[in-house]
Design a protein around this ligand. Sequence first.
Ligand SMILES: [Zn+2]
Length: 199
Amino acid sequence: MADALAEREAKKIPVPDEVQDAVRTLLEWAGDDPTREGLVDTPKRVARAWKEYCEGYGENPAMHLARTFEEVGGYDELVLLKDIPFHSHCEHHMAPIIGKASIAYMPTDKVVGISKLARVLHGFSRRLQVQERLTAEVAECIWDNLKPHGVAVVIEASHSCMTARGVRTPGVGMTTSRLLGCFLEDARSRKEVMSLMGY
Ligand SMILES: [Zn+2]
């Protein structure tokens, strides 16, 4: 039992002392006592949790678009992945951003596995972000790598730095969009993609 516990602990990434100290300083600053029982292991947990929240720094999201399929059976209509849930953190408060994204593209001669669009989103969202940049980064990554006729990304999210502090307005959401190519230039394509996304 104790061995299993020790084994599990050994598999976890080591957390440098100065990182743990930083969390202790913050706990104290917030008004608590970092030496009390419930908080003893919190610095390590927080540090590891932040490594996970920020996993995106360790990857280039474009890699998810490297494998494409050219046999699409003559399909030349838009491809849409709708309401993909995601988590991110705002770079101003390191507070959670929780939302959903809809991602569409109009293929030229190649498509990707549909789950790859979600992977691109997560690659950029698992970093410190602002919603506007996240939206643009996802759209531009697909645009640059698939070279489609068009890309449309719409993100709706709620920001804890606004709902839980500051103006404290729960329920309020923010919507951002980035349209490229045919979705930007052609009113009919834009209308089609927006209505399929539910806007
Ligand atoms: Zn914020």
